[in-house]
Ligand binder design. Structure first.
Ligand SMILES: *[C@@H]1O[C@H](CO)[C@@H](O)[C@H](O)[C@H]1NC(C)=O
Ligand SMILES: *[C@@H]1O[C@H](CO)[C@@H](O)[C@H](O)[C@H]1NC(C)=O
Ligand SMILES: *[C@@H]1O[C@H](CO)[C@@H](O)[C@H](O)[C@H]1NC(C)=O
Ligand SMILES: *[C@@H]1O[C@H](CO)[C@@H](O)[C@H](O)[C@H]1NC(C)=O
Ligand SMILES: *[C@@H]1O[C@H](CO)[C@@H](O)[C@H](O)[C@H]1NC(C)=O
Ligand SMILES: *[C@@H]1O[C@H](CO)[C@@H](O)[C@H](O)[C@H]1NC(C)=O
Ligand SMILES: *[C@@H]1O[C@H](CO)[C@@H](O)[C@H](O)[C@H]1NC(C)=O
Ligand SMILES: *[C@@H]1O[C@H](CO)[C@@H](O)[C@H](O)[C@H]1NC(C)=O
Ligand SMILES: *[C@@H]1O[C@H](CO)[C@@H](O)[C@H](O)[C@H]1NC(C)=O
Ligand SMILES: *[C@@H]1O[C@H](CO)[C@@H](O)[C@H](O)[C@H]1NC(C)=O
Ligand SMILES: *[C@@H]1O[C@H](CO)[C@@H](O)[C@H](O)[C@H]1NC(C)=O
Ligand SMILES: *[C@@H]1O[C@H](CO)[C@@H](O)[C@H](O)[C@H]1NC(C)=O
Length: 718
């Protein structure tokens, strides 16, 4: 058991203790019917419930003192078992708690149908069954006259959504049916839930359009229907929902113009229509909305100029108009939206420069202008450096064939991520970047940058993702890189929230929403496709936290340092198409997370290490090395001879020697050696089974991470 596990256990234990203390203050005896119902419920679970036990010494039992239960006059009125890791089915007995007002079984592993009787509890006010695996269809006959809060989200309910609840539940305020498999249209009938405040239906497969009666919900303040298949025009009558605070219809198929009724939605703070097919121009009521804080119209077909009236839009802090057909010039007026923190105008045709007035945006921290036909990078950076809070800047796909500014006075002290990829920029990796001491992520790939990789990268305390691939960089890999703190130990606390506020995406596996963060990028050094020479500095082995090292397509020579085995977290090692010679150091066996390894097209020789993850690498990882032999198409001739490279270190030699003697020991069958070997082999087998499993997990994880990373840089046209 690791220290981490112990820590979690301790926390858990502490939590249990606390729960006990809080509840045992109350009268402990409970009604015998209630006791029987609880017994029945507990009996239907596969897991026990910690802290539930029966007292056989007296006639009435002490169930009111059990964890998660609250009583009033001996009757159970509250059952709060959220996140207790319960598993099993939910049987009807629980519905016999006829005084129950609060039932929370959220975040367990409960399965099966929800028993009908549960939907007939007269006193129930709160029912939270979220994050379980309940299935089946929703009953139309719901008789919960007291219910105010019903959460069935993240289960496996299917079929159509029933609105029966609106007939008998005159107090309902919150309905959350999100993240299920509901199909069919948006049902008619919610209009009778006149007290409804939150209607959350996102991440299902609902289609059609909004029914008319929806627009009669005057109290509605949150309507979330993102990630469904709704289509058609968005009715003007949405303006009747005058209490809306949050409207999210993203990732559906709505089309036509955005209704010009935002003037009626005077409380609207959050509007997202991301990824629909809206066209036409920005409605004036929207571009003058005094209440909007977050406006996300990304990935539609909106056109015309971006003419927000910042005199009216005083609260706007997040603006995402990316991937539309808005045209330039760059909206000068934006600079008067003083609260703006984040702007994404990527993939529109602005065809201009960043205006001088942007200097005024003092709270401004996130900017993406990918593929917006900007020009004049010198002036762009000159302006942006005045935005003191700027943290994330993405300028990919602009400024074609310009020169990277080298003005030593440029200063971006609060920058955490800079992406200027795919711009065909000439010049050098700029010295002024060394002043951005908070930098975590730098991507200057796919440019025409020349010169060497600067030494000062080694001193960048927080930098953990460095992609300068596909340039014309020359010279050697600086030894100083082995000092990059963030790649040695990552227990650095990142003070600021570094969330990319956009790219909210449905996570395929968990069906949840997901925010991309800088921290979700894998720690990487990508120097591929340059003209680097010299040797791989052995000290790079110190980078224990590095996940990906890509040096392919350079002119790197010398041997592969056995010290690279120190990169304990390495998942991808790409060394193909260089001039590397010598053997593949057997010490690389220690890289237990390695899932991709490529040394093809070098001058390597000797035997490919055997066993473990080595058997999972394809032959193409080794081809194009004349003197390399092993399992693949070029078997080693016997007797085996492992040429030792002249630059090999002592440690390496010893390890090769060990492998040889163990091999010999096995062949000759010397007892002592054989015994050791057996022990070692069985241990190793278990280890590799474990590692295999880890690999699969990790490489899936990495794939997801890389996919996420690629999403930002999609337009690099690789
Ligand atoms: C606890 O409840 C029982 C049964 O209703 C009752 O007889 C007893 O008086 C109560 N005790 C206290 C301290 O309230
Ligand atoms: C619930 O399950 C338990 C254990 O299987 C059983 O004893 C009890 O009778 C069931 N109750 C109902 C109402 O089905
Ligand atoms: C309950 O009864 C069992 C045996 O019937 C006994 O071992 C146990 O100690 C009793 N529990 C209490 C709290 O008295
Ligand atoms: C139910 O419990 C979960 C986990 O403890 C908690 O997150 C959730 O807010 C609770 N639901 C209600 C309605 O209180
Ligand atoms: C509504 O409640 C009444 C009386 O409580 C009941 O007869 C009726 O079946 C309920 N309707 C639904 C749809 O559950
Ligand atoms: C469902 O939506 C309600 C209302 O907005 C919210 O309070 C609740 O936390 C949501 N449930 C989950 C599991 O997110
Ligand atoms: C509300 O329910 C009644 C039936 O009880 C129905 O006649 C009426 O059309 C419903 N109203 C709406 C707005 O759906
Ligand atoms: C509802 O919206 C329609 C269309 O925008 C409008 O004609 C009507 O007056 C609105 N009704 C109310 C009560 O606001
Ligand atoms: C953009 O929206 C379309 C639907 O209009 C969707 O298919 C596509 O996946 C979206 N693209 C992104 C990157 O979200
Ligand atoms: C918007 O799209 C609709 C169909 O979805 C089309 O009929 C209409 O002409 C389009 N309007 C503009 C301004 O492109
Ligand atoms: C911008 O908003 C201000 C304040 O609401 C208003 O006086 C002005 O007329 C608006 N300008 C335009 C062009 O709509
Ligand atoms: C920017 O950095 C400076 C110096 O490191 C710091 O004083 C200032 O608070 C930062 N500003 C923001 C908004 O983070």
């Amino acid at each position: 058991m690791g220290v981490g596990d112990l820590f979690i256990l301790l926390i858990f234990w502490g939590f249990c203790l606390q729960a006990h203390v809080a509840i045992s203050q109350k009268n402990d005896t409970c009604n015998s019917n209630d006791l029987r119902a609880l017994e029945g419920f507990m009996g239907s679970l596969d897991s026990g419930i910690e802290g539930w036990g029966f007292d056989n010494t007296s006639s009435s039992s002490l169930c009111c003192s059990w964890v998660g239960i609250a009583c009033e006059s001996s009757r159970v009125v509250e059952l709060n078992l959220g996140k207790k890791r319960l598993n099993g089915v939910l049987n009807e007995s629980i519905a016999d708690l006829d005084q129950l007002r609060f039932l929370n079984l959220s975040q367990n592993s409960l399965i099966g149908q929800v028993p009908m009787k549960l939907f007939q509890m007269k006193k129930l006010e709160t029912l939270d069954l979220s994050y379980n695996d309940f299935l089946g269809v929703m009953t139309q006959e719901i008789d919960l006259p007291s219910i105010g809060f019903l959460d069935l989200s993240e289960n496996s309910f299917a079929g159509t959504i029933g609105t029966g609840i609106c007939l008998n539940s005159s107090r309902i305020q919150v309905l959350n049916f999100s993240m299920n498999y509901f199909t069919g249209t948006f049902p008619v009938g919610f209009g009778n839930c006149t007290t409804l405040k939150h209607l959350v239906l996102h991440s299902n497969s609902l289609s059609g359009n909004f029914p008319d009666d929806l627009f009669s919900l005057r109290n509605l303040n949150r309507l979330d229907v993102q990630f469904n298949q709704f289509s058609g025009l968005l009715s003007d009558r949405i303006g009747n929902l005058s209490n809306l605070v949050e409207l999210d219809i993203s990732f559906n198929g709505f089309n036509g113009a955005l209704p010009n009724v935002m003037g009626n939605l005077q409380k609207l703070e959050f509007l997202s229509t991301d990824s629909n097919q809206f066209n036409g121009t920005l409605p004036t009521s929207l571009s003058n909305s005094p209440s909007i804080k977050v406006l996300n119209l990304r990935n539609n077909s909106l056109s015309g100029p971006i003419n927000l009236n910042c005199t009216s839009m005083v609260l706007l802090n997040t603006l995402n108009l990316g991937s539309n057909q808005f045209h330039g010039p760059f909206p000068d007026s934006l600079s008067s939206c003083q609260k703006l923190r984040s702007i994404n105008l990527a993939r529109n045709n602005l065809n201009s420069q960043i205006p001088e007035s942007f200097k005024n945006l003092q709270y401004f921290s996130y900017l993406s202008l990918t593929n917006t036909s900007l020009h004049n990078i010198s002036s762009a950076l000159g302006v942006l450096q005045h935005c003191r809070s700027l943290s994330i800047v993405v300028l990919t796909g602009n400024f074609y064939d310009e020169e990277m500014p080298s003005d030593a006075k440029l200063k971006f002290e609060n920058l955490t991520a800079l992406v200027i990829a795919n711009c065909r920029l000439t010049g050098l990796i700029p010295q002024w970047l060394s002043g951005s001491t908070k930098l975590q992520l730098l991507d200057l790939s796919w440019n025409h940058l020349s010169g060497t990789i600067p030494d000062w990268f080694g001193g960048m305390k927080f930098l953990f993702y460095l992609d300068i691939s596909n340039n014309s960089l020359s010279g050697e890999i600086p030894k100083s890189l082995s000092k990059m703190e963030s790649l040695i130990s990552r227990n650095i606390s990142f003070d600021e929230a570094t969330e990319f506020p956009f790219f909210i995406k449905r996570n395929q596996s968990a069906r949840g929403m997901q925010y991309n963060q800088i921290l979700s990028f894998p720690p990487s050094l990508d120097f591929s496709d340059n003209m680097l020479t010299g040797q791989i500095p052995p000290d790079l082995g110190d980078l224990k936290q590095l996940h990906r090292l890509d040096l392919k397509q350079n002119s790197i020579s010398g041997s592969i340092p056995s010290e690279l085995s120190g990169m304990k977290s390495l998942e991808i090692l790409e060394l193909s198409r260089n001039n590397l010679s010598g053997v593949i150091p057997p010490s690389l066996n220690n890289l237990s997370f390695l899932s991709k390894f490529d040394v093809s097209y070098n001058n390597l020789s000797g035997k490919i290490p055997q066993g473990g993850q080595w058997s999972t690498f394809p032959n193409t990882s080794f081809e194009g090395n004349k003197d390399l032999c092993g399992d693949y198409s070029n078997p080693c001739s016997r007797p085996e001879r492992i040429p030792l490279s002249p630059t090999k270190t002592r440690k390496n030699t010893i390890e090769v020697g060990m492998v040889l003697s163990i091999g010999a020991g096995f062949a000759v069958g010397i007892f002592v050696f054989g015994y050791t070997l057996l022990f070692k082999e069985s241990w190793r087998y278990a280890y590799f089974v474990f590692i295999e499993k880890m690999h699969r997990g990790i490489s899936m994880f990495l794939k997801v991470k890389m996919a996420k990373a690629k999403e930002y840089f999609r337009d690099k046209a690789r």
